[in-house]
Design a binder for this molecule. Structure first.
Ligand SMILES: Cc1cc2nc3c(=O)[nH]c(=O)nc-3n(C[C@H](O)[C@H](O)[C@H](O)COP(=O)(O)OP(=O)(O)OC[C@H]3O[C@@H](n4cnc5c(N)ncnc54)[C@H](O)[C@@H]3O)c2cc1C
Length: 533
């Protein structure tokens, strides 16, 4: 019988870096990102196991620079760490300059005190980056900054005399309504038998914040975290460097600087003279060229009238059902895709009828049906739905011409008139800013209650995911409605394909949306407490 792969001394060296030394499945730990990336990249060129590569080619190879990078004591000088990481990368990866190596290592980066508009730009990436952002439902947005001022974006490019007074006015109404709205909601939904104080207070506060979020301007500062791989970050930085908002361009520089401290080799090209900057310049020039080709804004979409929220299915494939059935049969057959055919009812039943909950995903065959929606809804709802990544989406500039929503719940509390006058005053300032600083910068003052127009091009698999997730009764009424409408449009044209999305909830939703969810949290908390005791 063969002995262990590593002797005692080797095991002592390696055990710090791997979760086990004797099984074929193991995780990496305590290694810098660049080393993990470099290690994985060696799989394509060596027959050795990864643990052996680390030992032979990195740890025991003085020229690799591994010791200086990952050895003890740890390096605490940023500049030294960066230089060493670069040196290591150069030494190990020379000759393996495949772009995809940059997908083998990742980083967590936090972006704080950034405007809601810039946050949307940062979260627009799909493959390779996962964002999470401060919620307008759980967090009050009217806390003051260290300088005693409301937290909204104040860049030098927005030095217009009307901007700050307009943003301050919106925050004052928001702050003035949070407590009265919470109290009124607590009167309307008193604490129920068996409901903890914590659950009731959280659910009622969330409801008040949901009703008031439309007052926040798009310049409202938020915090977010991004976890992503090097390649995705490289492209994000380049795109941000090309952005029309100066705030985003500054974020490109900041992101590049910070990520260069942790995954330098992987973001090196993001802003360099050979690739990054020319790519950013090209994005910018193409945007300007296409903008010049676009007919000027349609008359009749000016301020005043506005548009009702709407979800239109602007394109779909009449052949979708046949294509989904063919794709479902394909892996079980040896005939070409074009020759697959079957009884749609029987095939779809076999494929989908037994789903027990929305987390039981529908299979890839449903990706063969495509739908394109054009949506007009408030920017807060757009912001919620924008987070879905398995689709193609884009929006128009946020303005005030398409009208705004007043949450019906606020009317029921008799608090809608202050809301209406605040957003209308902001719209008047937006009109002046649009002319004087331009429509892109003018977006910062627009309250989230205003409508924006965007499109979603999604396949049926994503429709199932999005509509089932976003119609749960605890969701915000604004995005629930959009998801319900999307689903209705699909069901109108393809009733049989839609029929298995059994967890889409077309009902009215919960009046106090968070109540049941908070009770579930209580049940989990008491289960944990029982375990701890
Ligand atoms: C009621 C509710 C409350 C929420 N509250 C908050 C909140 O407070 N703050 C907040 O920031 N977000 C919040 N979200 C957003 C949520 O966390 C997701 O970011 C968002 O819904 C995107 O959806 P998704 O990732 O499921 O789907 P999509 O992006 O549409 O992707 C579909 C599926 O593909 C897979 N997938 C996509 N991208 C990746 C990836 N990079 N890695 C691995 N798998 C991937 C996943 O399985 C995913 O479910 C909330 C959502 C709901 C419904």
């Amino acid at each position: 019988m063969a002995g262990p792969e590593f002797n005692v001394a080797e095991s002592a060296l390696l055990s710090r870096y791997f979760t086990n030394l004797d099984r074929p499945v193991f995780a990496l730990r305590n290694l810098p990102e660049v080393v993990k990336g470099a290690l994985f990249s060696r799989y394509s060129r060596t027959e050795k196991s990864l643990r052996r590569v680390l030992l032979d080619e990195f740890i025991n190879e003085p020229d690799s620079g591994f010791d200086r990078l990952a050895g003890t004591p740890p390096v605490d000088d940023d500049m030294v760490a960066v230089r060493r990481a670069e040196e290591f990368y150069e030494r190990v990866l020379v000759g393996y300059g495949d772009d995809s190596v940059a997908e083998l290592a990742g980083a967590h980066v936090a972006v704080e005190q950034t405007s809601t508009l810039a946050a949307k730009a940062l979260e627009d990436s799909r493959i390779g980056i996962s964002p999470l952002e401060k919620s307008t439902r759980y967090v009050r947005f009217d806390r003051l900054g260290l300088d005693g001022r409301y937290l909204y974006y104040r860049g030098p490019e927005l030095a217009h005399p009307d901007y700050e007074p307009a943003a301050d006015a919106l925050y004052e109404v928001y702050t003035g309504l949070v407590e009265p709205a919470t109290l009124a909601i607590r009167e309307r939904f008193p604490q129920e038998e068996g409901e903890t104080d914590r659950a009731w207070k959280s659910a009622t506060r969330a409801k008040a914040l949901d009703l008031l979020r439309g007052l926040l301007p798009a310049g409202a500062l938020t915090n977010l975290g991004l976890f992503g791989n090097g390649r995705a970050f490289e492209y994000l930085i380049t795109k941000m460097a090309a952005h029309e908002l100066p705030e985003c361009r500054r974020l490109a520089t900041d992101l590049h600087h910070e990520l260069s401290l942790v995954i330098p080799a992987f973001v090196r090209r993001a802003l360099d003279d050979k690739y990054g900057m020319p790519a950013a310049e090209r994005i910018k020039q193409a945007r300007d060229r296409v903008a010049r080709q676009t007919p000027s804004l349609l008359a009749g979409e000016g301020r005043g009238g506005g548009l009702r929220p709407s979800v239109s299915l602007v394109d779909f494939d009449p052949e979708a059902e046949r294509k989904v059935v063919a794709a479902a049969l394909f892996p079980h057959s040896n005939a070409p895709l074009a020759e697959q055919s079957g009884d749609p009812a029987a095939v779809l039943d076999a494929l989908l009828a037994d789903r027990a909950n929305r987390r039981q995903r529908v299979p890839r065959a449903l990706e063969h049906a495509q739908y394109e929606f054009e949506i007009v809804a408030n920017f807060a709802a757009y912001r919620d739905l924008h987070r879905h990544r398995m689709l193609t989406q884009d929006r128009q500039l946020l303005g005030t011409g398409l009208g705004y929503d007043v949450p019906p719940g606020l009317g029921e509390l008799g608090m809608d008139s202050r809301f209406v006058s605040a957003v209308e005053a902001a719209a008047a300032v937006h009109g002046r800013l649009e002319k004087e600083v331009g429509p892109a910068l003018a977006q910062y003052v627009v309250p989230l209650a205003f409508h924006v127009r965007w499109y979603f091009r999604a396949n049926l698999r994503e429709i199932y995911h999005l509509c089932e997730l976003r119609t749960t009764p605890q969701g915000h009424a604004d995005y629930r409605w959009v998801a319900q409408e999307m689903f209705r449009r699909v069901a109108e044209v393809h009733p049989r394909l839609a029929a298995y999305a059994r967890f889409v909830d077309l009902g009215p939703g919960d009046e106090l949306e968070r109540r049941k969810a908070e009770r579930r949290i209580d049940a989990k908390l008491s289960a944990i407490n029982r375990l701890v005791r």
